[in-house]
Design a protein around this ligand. Structure first.
Ligand SMILES: Nc1ncnc2c1ncn2[C@@H]1O[C@H](COP(=O)(O)OP(=O)(O)OP(=O)(O)O)[C@@H](O)[C@H]1O
Ligand SMILES: [Mg+2]
Length: 363
């Protein structure tokens, strides 16, 4: 048996089992049918807080409370939830935590791709049994969505807009009638209370407008915004880096806070096309430079410094990672990055080390 702490990436419900248990114990508000927690306790789980018995709940999502309230309230109605936003705005992350807190499992998951077949949404067959015994409930292989319907749980559908539209249509009956017909067996599966779907979709992929209006009406769309301020983004990165570092068993390094601030500043300036003081315009690169990438750059820098450096997070440990995140298109983005280094970074007296490291990472 593997224990939870040997897992490379435990599920939210495993990692935060103690918090979820404490929330259940302290939760006196009404719960919708088959929910493990009340809606307000789910929001506390997501945003953090402290409970009556003193248990501290760590924040998972950093951002406006209202957005999480709308998301949770949606799941308590008969509409499904669509989390929409640019890459790296925690859509997948929030979907995992919501389903863990509400249903106790985040694993009823369908990954949407251009090749997602209808079976992934409805059901498939165990062909050996189908051929040997003919169609039977034993030969039927339920999709995660079918299981969620039967058990009254939340199913997750990642990257909804990547799924071909005829396959998306399979969702309409499920979401409007709350049933899934199985004509081969002359039966249907009716969803039990608690069933819902959380879908995620990315602004940069094929638009949400490509969703049929029939399907779009079954979802309540909640847009997850980019972090509102630099401070907010710094705190998201700091917190996630610390949590990831713990699972990856990376050491805490001195000066990580300075480098996090710098990476966030660089990302925000390039993203918005203007320097923090509002004085100078800068060109924006082709990629999104998401918060998620800032987290990876710092985590990678810490690994570099811990294993190959002097155990202090130095500009050189993050410079190559930043360049890699910025330069997605080798020609156009390299120009953007070089211009930014020369016109902005070089002018900042306290960024001299970073300027040198970034220049030498380029050559
Ligand atoms: N507002 C936020 N609060 C907490 N964590 C955040 C926030 N924004 C981003 N993150 C972190 O960023 C990482 C990536 O998020 P996630 O994979 O959920 O993004 P996504 O929106 O699904 O992106 P994609 O569109 O590329 O699938 C997660 O580790 C998450 O913790
Ligand atoms: Mg995602």
């Amino acid at each position: 048996m593997t224990t939870d702490n040997e897992l490379l990436r435990p599920h939210a419900e495993q990692l935060y089992a103690a918090e979820l248990e404490a929330l259940t114990r302290n939760d006196s508000s009404a719960r919708p049918a088959s929910w493990l927690l009340s809606p307000s306790a789910v929001v506390t789980y997501l945003l953090g807080g402290s409970l009556d018995d003193g248990t501290v709940i760590t924040p998972k999502y950093i951002g406006p409370r209202r957005i999480m309230e709308v998301a949770v309230a949606t799941l308590a109605t008969d509409r499904a939830l669509l989390l929409l936003g640019v890459p790296g705005t925690a859509k997948t992350w929030v979907s995992e935590h919501l389903s863990a807190a509400i249903s106790g499992t985040s694993t009823l998951l369908v990954q949407g791709t251009a090749g997602t077949p209808e079976e992934a949404i409805r059901y498939g067959w165990n062909y050996a049994r189908l051929i040997a015994e003919g169609p039977s409930t034993e030969a039927l292989v339920p999709s995660p969505i079918m299981i969620a319907m039967q058990q009254g749980k939340i199913a997750r559908l990642e990257e909804l807009t990547r799924i071909p539209s005829d396959v998306q249509d399979a969702l309409i009956t499920i979401l409007s009638e709350k049933t899934l017909p199985v004509p081969e067996l002359g039966m249907e599966v009716q969803a039990t209370k608690g069933f819902s779907v959380i879908a995620t979709a990315n602004d940069r992929d094929r638009g949400v407008n490509d969703l049929s209006s029939a399907l779009r009406r079954r979802f309540n769309t909640v847009v997850l915004p980019l972090p509102a301020s630099a401070d907010e983004e710094v705190s998201i990165v700091t917190q996630r880096v610390a949590a990831l570092g713990k699972t990856l068993e990376l050491p805490d390094l001195p000066t990580a806070a300075d480098e996090i601030r710098r990476v966030v500043t660089v990302f925000r300036e390039l993203r918005s096309g203007v320097t923090e003081d509002g004085r100078a315009k800068v060109k924006t690169p082709s990629g999104t430079l998401s918060t998620a990438e800032a987290i990876s750059v710092i985590t990678h820098g810490i690994a570099m410094s811990a294993h190959f450096g002097d155990g202090v997070l130095r500009p050189a440990d993050v410079a190559a990672g930043i360049a890699g995140a910025v330069i997605k298109d080798p020609s156009a983005d390299a120009v953007v990055w070089t211009e930014y280094l020369e016109s902005v970074v070089r002018e900042r007296a306290d960024w001299a080390d970073f300027y040198r490291a970034a220049r030498s990472a380029l050559s």
